[in-house]
Design a protein around this ligand. Structure first.
Ligand SMILES: [Zn+2]
Length: 286
């Protein structure tokens, strides 16, 4: 589909092409003025990772798009234009964007709302989990690298959270899969020293500083981890659906310690949303 805008060298991608489908119009423009106006215009699906006010009327919004990965954008007059943005530039809203892609800050022209995940927004704990998931993706995903598997994981988590109770189990399921997709897979398979399969080991240890697991013949320090915890974490990576994996009290605590230290090892600063989650746990007595 092409719009009148093609006259100035813009080709609009309607999202029906291959995954990374926005493109520069290859037709040579006729003048220098026209050359200056060549832009990559895209219509793509996205989840809002972060949004903040910029000047009196504008907003800076970070999106995780299915087609182009993470991109930063400016939405001019966002705080006033209901017609173009419909008040939907909120963290974890899922949108269809009409955007002009640029190397630095892209220009958001308008959006169509897919869902704002209304039931998440009714509960503080759910808001905490959804905000945490978005901040984690924002902090760990490099700019402009499409990652459809991670996009699906985040979208599935938000969809699940919108219709199911907020549980720590699902946050851990999200984390272990996010780490795996981003190439930070937790090395659950074998002892880091002797290489024995950890499936057959009854007593094993996790060393937070290195993120490695050991059988008790090699090392007896760090966190003692039960084989059940290890097997639930491994199962989490083989199971594609939220709500399938449930940890018990002890396995949830152990999985939490492993995941917290692994996530922290990939971040320079703690996540703001984690502090909020901790406050929520106190309030809710979780
Ligand atoms: Zn060993």
């Amino acid at each position: 589909m092409r719009y009148a805008s093609e006259k100035i060298g813009i080709q609009v991608d309607t999202g029906s092409g291959p995954p990374c489908s926005s493109r520069v119009d290859r037709e040579a423009p006729e003048s220098a003025r026209e050359r200056k106006q060549i832009m990559r215009v895209s219509q793509c699906e996205a989840i809002v990772l972060a949004a903040r006010d910029y000047s009196e009327a504008d907003k800076i919004v970070t999106f995780f798009t299915r087609e182009h990965g993470k991109i930063g954008s400016i939405a001019r007059n966002a705080k006033k234009s209901i017609k173009r943005f419909g008040g939907s530039l909120e963290v974890f809203a899922q949108l269809r964007l009409h955007i002009v892609l640029k190397e630095t800050l892209s220009r958001l022209d308008s959006v169509d709302l897919i869902t704002i995940f209304p039931h998440i927004r009714e509960e503080l704990v759910k808001i905490g989990y959804a905000g945490y998931a978005c901040e984690l993706v924002d902090r760990l995903l490099p700019e402009a690298q499409p990652n459809v598997r991670l996009y699906r994981l985040l979208a599935s988590y938000l969809e699940y959270l919108d219709s199911a109770p907020a549980l720590e189990d699902d946050r851990r399921f999200f984390e272990v899969n996010l780490l795996n997709i981003l190439g930070y897979r937790i090395p659950l398979e074998s002892c880091s020293q002797c290489g024995v399969s950890l499936e057959s080991v009854v007593e094993l240890y996790y060393l937070p500083p290195t993120g490695e697991f050991f059988c008790s013949r090699c090392i007896r320090k760090g966190l003692k981890i039960s084989p059940e915890t290890l097997s639930l974490l491994a199962l989490s990576m083989r199971t594609g659906r939220f709500g399938k994996i449930r940890f018990s009290g002890d396995t949830l605590r152990e999985a939490g310690e492993i995941l917290d230290s692994t996530v922290a090892s990939h971040l320079n600063n703690p996540l703001c949303s984690l502090a909020f989650l901790h406050e929520m746990s106190l309030v809710e007595g979780r």
